[in-house]
Design a protein around this ligand. Structure first.
Ligand code: ISE
Length: 336
């Protein structure tokens, strides 16, 4: 591999374009050279407007695109197909979360990666790169504040499109907390339950919104996470860790306060691309650096699998309105 990592992108939607833009304008050591998309006409026109070679499918992109690595930013249902193509070709692949819409898809990826004998997959759990979450992690790991006992979290989106349904609140949005909380406390989950409050008038018929997920870790830490995707207020992410000797709070993005008309106004973000811009930049830069040294330093396919297994048990807990034990397979040596 020469000095510049040549990347192909599968999926020319908003997140794909924003990764292409950050690699071109903000990050070092890589260049996006080629692209594919299941929607050929759309993909082709976006790719051409960005000066990228377009290929009609992933096989051609990998075989003829001259790429060293792949970034998968297609919709969730195409993740498995693209990741498997990269793994089978032996090239590193960064896949946006979730690794697949359900755990069985992740399992096929794990099996293929283990069969190839080399770690190639990183999952886009970008919260692990957010400076605020990183500070929380250092504080928890330092043990200066004692053991974590309780976590109170919220994940609020301004609004979501009408095709966004009840399971997506967990599998597409709250999956970030499923990953980042397990990473923060360095422990696996024991059980999950889902409480369903009164529904907002802004939610479409196919969406229960808000929902509250309650997770218990193996050692008994209790974590409640509100997911409220049509809150019509802004993009608001909260995480408070109550430890034996102190309470640790995730900082908000700093913004100046305005004092006007006898009020104090402090803006909050409108959406996630604004709130987590630093996290995305760091995440992709660190992936580029590690990929060039043939390592996977970030969240692995195993982390993606664990998150999807947890989400699948959460769906069961919601549908049965009961506390469900999370059965997790033993982590293979390959991922330890
Ligand atoms: C989106 O895909 C994200 O990753 C955002 O962080 C999350 O807040 C949003 O709900 C998801 O749809």
């Amino acid at each position: 591999m020469n000095n510049i990592l040549k990347i192909g992108v599968a999926g020319m939607g908003a997140i794909g374009r924003s990764h292409i833009e950050r690699i071109a304008n903000k990050l070092q050591g890589a260049k996006v050279v080629a692209a594919t998309d299941v929607a050929t006409e759309h993909g082709k026109s976006v790719a051409e407007s960005l000066g990228l070679n377009f290929f009609p499918n992933e096989e051609k992109l990998i075989a003829e695109g001259g790429i060293d690595a792949l970034i998968v930013t297609a919709s969730d249902e195409y993740h498995e197909r693209y990741v498997l193509a990269a793994v089978k070709a032996g090239i590193p692949v960064f896949c946006e979360k979730p690794l697949a819409p359900a755990a069985d898809g992740c399992k096929r990826i794990i099996d293929a990666e283990i069969a190839g004998g080399k770690k190639l997959v990183q999952v886009g759990f970008m919260r692990r790169y957010d400076p605020g979450y990183r500070q929380l992690k250092q504080m928890v790991d330092s043990n200066e504040y004692g053991s974590p006992l309780l976590l109170h979290c919220a994940h609020r989106n301004y609004e979501v499109p009408d095709n966004y349904d009840t399971p997506m609140a967990i599998s597409n949005s709250l999956i970030h907390e499923i990953d980042v909380l397990r990473w923060l406390i360095s422990e696996d989950y024991e059980s999950v339950e889902v409480s369903l409050p009164r529904k907002t008038k802004y939610a479409a018929a196919n969406l229960q919104d808000p929902q509250i997920l309650i997770l218990h870790s193996k050692s008994g830490i209790r974590m409640d996470v509100e997911i409220f995707v049509n809150c019509h207020v802004g993009y608001d992410i909260q995480c408070e860790i109550c430890c034996e000797e102190g309470f640790l709070k995730l900082p908000d993005l700093s913004a100046p306060e305005r004092l006007v008309n006898a009020s104090r106004i402090k803006p909050i973000c409108r959406d996630w691309s604004e709130r987590f811009i630093d996290a995305y930049n760091l995440e992709i830069q660190e992936w580029i650096n590690a990929t060039k040294e043939q390592r996977v330093d970030g969240p692995t396919a195993w982390d993606g699998y664990v998150a999807c297994i947890t989400a699948d048990f959460a769906h069961q807990a919601r549908d049965t309105q009961s506390r469900v034990k999370i059965e997790m397979p033993e982590c293979p040596e390959f991922y330890k």
